[in-house]
Design a protein around this ligand. Structure first.
Ligand code: SF4
Length: 213
């Protein structure tokens, strides 16, 4: 079984253990939602509703109120779906020829300048830089502005990290991502890569799954 397209989270799963993606294809087990993931989903929904002026902010978000007010006033788009094909052309979300797709938590398109926001409820990890890269490259493929800034907003830590990507860097960024993803899309074995995370994997034998680990 080969994968034909990817998302940033799918790439992260493949790097950790390709077999998870193989078992995902056949599993009928309902997914259990971890409390941390549930909180993340709730935070995304609260912010989306606020940006759409469809809900208020709970007290725990007071620190971000003026920031989110600014985004709302400037017309930031929440939960924007983006998909591109392997030639970096924008395609429909469900296009069978899509190569990558992702949902931008919020984006702002200005003349010659774009800003993308990704909300995090956990901590900062080194691979978030890679995430900023693919978001910038994919967004630029759909909206070829001169500069794309990508912000990670760590709600609980009250911390912001960002990357700025310029028009002339996009060719290199695209090449880098094509190189990273080629082995994943060529992988027709999706072999198990056991590790400490097996204990919490829904496919593990500990959790009555099909994997031998
Ligand atoms: S149990 Fe471990 S080796 Fe098996 S699919 Fe899950 S993470 Fe991979």
């Amino acid at each position: 079984m080969k994968l034909t397209n990817w998302s940033y989270s799918r790439y992260g799963t493949w790097k950790k253990c390709p077999a998870i993606l193989r078992f995902d294809q056949t599993s009928t087990k309902p997914r259990e939602v971890h409390p941390a993931a549930e909180r993340g989903t709730n935070v995304h929904k609260i912010v989306e509703d606020y940006l759409l002026a469809q809900g208020d902010l709970p007290d725990e978000f007071v620190y971000y109120r003026s920031f989110l007010d600014g985004l709302r006033e400037q017309g930031a788009i929440p939960e924007q779906q983006l998909a591109i094909d392997k030639n970096w052309n924008q395609v429909e979300w469900d296009d069978p020829n899509r190569w990558w797709r992702g949902i931008l938590d919020a984006s702002l398109l200005l003349p010659d300048f774009a800003v993308i926001y990704d909300w995090k409820t956990g901590g900062e990890y080194a691979d978030h830089r890679e995430q900023r890269e693919i978001y910038a490259a994919a967004y630029h493929a759909c909206h070829p502005v001169k500069t794309v800034q990508v912000f990670h907003v760590y709600f609980d830590k009250k911390q912001i990290t960002h990357g700025t990507f310029f028009d002339h860097e996009m060719k290199d960024l695209r090449g880098r991502w094509e190189g990273r993803i080629a082995p994943m899309l060529a992988d027709d074995q999706l072999v198990a890569n056991p590790g400490y995370y097996c204990r919490t994997c829904r496919h593990s034998r500990w959790n009555n799954g099909p994997c031998k680990f």
